[in-house]
Design a protein around this ligand. Structure first.
Ligand code: CP
Ligand code: NVA
Length: 309
């Protein structure tokens, strides 16, 4: 069975740890590892726009000795009738791996349904697991092992980042709290699965309403945009209910003294995060963005390795 990375919980705790160890090694000796030398190609498909994901995959694949093929799917048959399953079967004959940023998770699953090369989730409406590998690498660098550490994610608790913090944080053995306004809660099945994982790893998950209760004493305070890609015209008020969840100096004051602040970016400064916090001494957001590169290189190398065994 080909191993893919479609959701954060596709990696066991040991596997997640192995990928993060490899990412740290790769970061320390950036141009040493060449598992795609040949070069072999990796196709990276985008149904949605991107800066970090696109460029970090493009640079990372090149650094691994491979050839990145960055594809805006509007220029393909993806949107005009060819099934994603057929497209996946075709492209898998050209490449060593596929990466896909899309809308519904079912589109990603369909692309991966009948292929024998690894498929990686580069963000769906449901999850953003590559981002979480970068976040966990950043936590390791700043605070040491994530195991037993407390993390609060505040803001849109129904979005992909909230879901990925729940699953990946629980996998890492963290105590994960998510807090957002009424109507913006995480999917119950994701919370339930994260709780199952946490029971195994010694972590925990909590869904809260009060942002100060969530931030109280945490080691990591994280947020994300209040309006994810594709939600711009959904007719919901995405400002008024969210103001109490802004990551500002007051909310950060509730966290531990040495807490770090994460944001996957792009940030809407003055909305979900203030300049003061984003540019302040607790912010790790630019290391976090850099770590996309190292984490994804490690993920690709690890998947190619396990799939060749
Ligand atoms: N964090 C992140 O995925 O950024 P992009 O949308 O720019 O890729
Ligand atoms: N939740 C955001 C993340 C962007 C990287 C979105 O989906 O737009």
């Amino acid at each position: 069975m080909t191993r893919h990375f479609l959701r954060d919980d596709d990696l066991t705790p040991d596997e997640q740890n192995a990928v993060l160890d490899l990412a740290a090694e790769m970061k320390a000796d950036r141009f040493k590892y060449k598992p795609l030398a040949g070069p072999r190609s990796v196709a990276v498909f985008f149904d949605k726009v991107s800066l970090r994901t696109r460029l970090s995959f493009e640079a990372g694949i090149a650094e691994l000795g491979g050839q990145p093929m960055i594809v805006d799917t509007h220029a393909t048959h993806f949107g005009r009738g060819e099934s994603l399953s057929d497209a996946g079967r075709v492209v898998s004959r050209y490449v060593a791996a596929m990466v896909f940023r899309t809308t519904g998770d079912e589109r990603l699953t369909e692309l991966a349904s009948d292929v024998n090369v690894p498929v990686i989730n580069a963000l769906t409406d449901g999850f953003h697991p590559c981002q979480l590998l970068a976040d966990l690498l950043t936590i390791r660098e700043r605070l040491g092992s994530p195991r037993g550490r407390k993390l609060a994610y505040v803001g849109d608790a129904a979005n992909n980042m909230a879901h990925s913090y729940l699953l990946a944080g629980a996998t890492a053995g963290m105590h994960v709290r998510v807090a957002g306004p009424s109507g913006f809660d995480p999917a119950p099945q994701v919370v339930a699965h994260a709780a199952e994982i946490a029971a195994w790893t010694g972590g925990s998950v909590e869904v809260l309403r009060d942002p100060f209760e969530a931030a109280d004493g945490v080691d990591v305070l994280a947020t994300d945009t209040w309006t994810s890609m594709g939600q711009e015209d959904d007719g919901r008020d995405r400002l008024t209910p969210f103001w109490p969840y802004q990551v500002n100096g007051k909310l950060l004051g509730a966290a531990a003294d040495d807490a770090i602040v994460l944001h996957c970016l792009p940030a809407h400064r003055g909305e979900e995060i203030t300049d003061e916090v984003m540019d302040g001494p607790h912010s790790a957001v630019f290391d976090q963005a850099e770590n996309r590169l190292h984490a994804q290189k490690a993920l690709l190398a690890w998947l190619l390795g396990v799939n060749s065994q």
